[in-house]
Design a protein around this ligand. Structure first.
Ligand SMILES: [Zn+2]
Ligand SMILES: [Zn+2]
Length: 462
C-alpha cells in the first residue's frame, strides 16, 4: 500500500486534470442548458465553478510548494544536516581528487558518533559524543519547528479548500438544474466537491512523502525505523524495561508504534548477546509490517469464524438502518398529532399507525443490537483464543537463543496483556457502528436531497 514518490506525484497530477475536466464539463453543459429569465444570476451561472477550479489548480500546488520550501530551508540550517553535507562533500573531494591540491584535511568522523550515543563512559570519545548528542538534539528540535511551519501553511490551504467546498456546496443546492441533464449536472457538481478534498489530501500526502525523515532501521530489534528524540519523560525502554533518564530523556522512538529504545540498549544493538536481539520482528522474506498488514491479518484471523462474523455485521447494519429510520417515524407521529387536531376522525388512525410503527422499530432495534453484541463477543473470544494458541505454538518452536535474550515476563505479558489489547483493538473494524451509520446516513441524505431536486417534487415547483 506504500506508493512511491513518483506514483504519488502522478496520481496527484491526475487528480488536478480530472478536476479541470469536471469543471470544464460543468461549464460546457451549463452554457448549453436552457435558462429561465427570472432566475438569479448566481443560481444559473457556471463560469464561477470554472474560475474556482482554475484558481485551485494554481493556488493548491503553490501553497504546497511553499510549505515544502519553508521546510527545506529550516532543515538546511540544522547543524547535523550541515555536518552530513560537509562529510559528503569531503568524501567526494577525496575520491575525485587525484591531484594533491584538492585534498581537504577534513578528518573522517566516525558515523557512530553522529548517530548519537550519549552518556558514554569512554573518556577519549566523550567530547566527540557530547557534541554529536547536542547536534542530534538540536536537529530533533529544529525538525519539530520545521514540521510546525509546514503544518501552518497547510492549515491555511485547508481553510481555503474548506471555503471552496462551502461555496460549491451551496452552489450545488441553489443551482437551477436543466431537467434534461439533471443526473449529469448533479453528478458533475458532486464530483467537484469530491475533487477539492481529494486534491488537498493528495497534496498533503505528497508533501509528507517528500519531507519524511529517514529513521534508522535496526531490523533485528524492531521492524520500523527509529528516530532520535528527546524529552521522553515517563517512557520506558521496550528492550531492557528501564525508564528514560534525565536531564534530556533521550530515546530512539518508533513513530509507527509505541516502541522506545534507550541509548544504552542502542549502543549494544550489534551485540548478539544483548537483550532484545532475538526479538527480530521483520519477516525472513523482508516484508515490512505496516498498518495495512495488520488490517489484512485481522481480516484473515476473523475469517476463521465467518458465520458468526457475518451475523454480527448483518445485525450491525440492521440496527444502524433502524436508527436512521427512527427520526422519520418520530416526525410522522407529530404529523399525526397535527392531523388529529385539525380533523379528529381521520387524524387518530394516522397517529395510531405511526405509534405502532415506532414501537415495532424500537423492539426490533433492541433485539438486533442484543444479537449484535452477542455475535461480537463470540467473535472476539474466539479470536482471542486462536491468537493465544498460535502465539504459544510459535513461541514454543523458537530457537533456544531466543529464550536467552528474552525476558520471561515479557513473554508472559505478550500472551496475556498484549493479546487482549490486540483483540480489543482488532474488533474495532467490526464494531465501528459510528463509521457505518455515518456512511448510511450520508447515502440516505444524498438520496433525500436528490429526490428533493426531482422535477416532480412539489417543493421545487413552489
Ligand atoms: Zn534499554
Ligand atoms: Zn514500530
Amino acid at each position: 500500500m506504500q506508493l512511491s514518490r513518483r506514483a504519488l506525484s502522478v496520481a496527484t497530477g491526475a487528480a488536478f486534470v480530472v478536476d479541470v475536466v469536471v469543471a470544464g464539463s460543468i461549464y460546457y453543459v451549463g452554457t448549453h442548458s436552457k435558462k429561465d429569465a427570472n432566475v438569479d444570476e448566481y443560481e444559473s451561472v457556471t463560469s464561477d465553478i470554472l474560475t474556482c477550479c482554475l484558481v485551485r489548480i494554481f493556488v493548491f500546488p503553490l501553497m504546497a510548494g511553499l510549505s515544502f520550501l519553508v521546510y527545506k530551508r529550516t532543515e538546511a540550517s540544522s547543524p547535523l544536516q550541515q555536518f552530513r553535507q560537509a562529510q559528503e562533500s569531503a568524501r567526494e573531494v577525496v575520491s575525485n581528487g587525484t591531484n594533491g591540491d584538492l585534498r581537504v584535511p577534513l578528518a573522517e568522523v566516525p558515523m557512530q558518533a553522529v548517530n548519537g550515543s550519549a552518556g558514554s563512559s569512554i573518556v577519549s570519545t566523550s567530547s566527540c559524543e557530547k557534541s554529536a548528542f547536542e547536534m542530534n538534539r538540536d536537529h530533533a528540535l529544529l525538525m519539530k519547528r520545521a514540521d510546525r511551519r509546514k503544518e501552518i501553511i497547510m492549515l491555511v490551504l485547508f481553510a481555503i479548500s474548506t471555503g471552496m467546498s462551502f461555496y460549491n456546496g451551496i452552489k450545488c443546492i441553489v443551482y437551477h438544474y436543466d431537467p434534461r441533464f439533471l443526473a449529469l449536472q448533479g453528478t458533475l457538481q458532486a464530483l467537484t466537491m469530491v475533487m477539492i478534498n481529494v486534491e488537498y489530501f493528495m497534496l498533503k500526502n505528497l508533501l509528507n512523502k517528500f519531507t519524511e525523515e529517514q529513521g534508522e532501521l535496526i531490523p533485528h530489534i524492531h521492524m520500523h525505523p527509529l528516530f532520535f528524540e528527546t524529552g521522553l519523560k515517563c517512557h520506558g525502554c521496550d528492550v531492557c524495561g528501564d525508564q528514560m533518564k534525565g536531564p534530556h530523556y533521550i530515546a530512539y522512538r518508533c513513530r509507527t508504534c509505541d516502541f522506545d529504545l534507550c541509548p544504552r540498549c542502542y549502543k549494544q544493538k550489534d551485540k548478539h548477546s544483548a537483550k532484545g536481539f532475538g526479538a527480530r520482528s521483520v519477516r525472513r522474506d523482508g516484508e515490512q509490517i505496516t498498518t495495512w498488514t495488520y488490517f489484512k491479518r485481522i481480516v484473515q484471523l476473523s475469517m476463521e469464524f465467518w458465520p458468526t462474523l457475518v451475523a454480527a455485521v448483518t445485525c450491525l447494519v440492521v440496527t444502524q438502518g433502524l436508527q436512521i429510520f427512527a427520526p422519520n417515524v418520530q416526525g410522522s407521529i407529530f404529523d399525526g398529532i397535527l392531523a388529529y387536531l385539525k380533523n379528529p376522525e381521520n387524524g387518530r388512525s394516522k397517529f395510531e399507525y405511526a405509534m405502532l410503527t415506532y414501537v415495532i422499530i424500537n423492539v426490533l432495534q433492541g433485539c438486533f443490537s442484543g444479537l449484535k453484541a452477542l455475535a461480537q463477543e463470540l467473535v472476539q473470544r474466539r479470536m482471542a483464543c486462536s491468537v493465544r494458541l498460535k502465539l504459544f505454538a510459535s513461541v514454543v518452536r523458537m530457537d533456544i537463543s531466543f529464550f536467552d535474550t528474552m525476558h520471561t515476563g515479557q513473554l508472559t505479558s505478550r500472551l496475556t496483556n498484549d493479546a487482549s489489547t490486540w483483540i480489543s483493538g482488532s474488533a474495532m473494524p467490526w464494531s465501528n457502528s459510528g463509521l457505518l451509520s455515518r456512511l448510511l446516513l450520508g447515502w440516505f441524505e444524498h438520496s433525500v436531497s436528490l429526490s428533493r431536486l426531482a422535477p416532480d417534487n412539489p417543493d421545487v415547483k413552489q
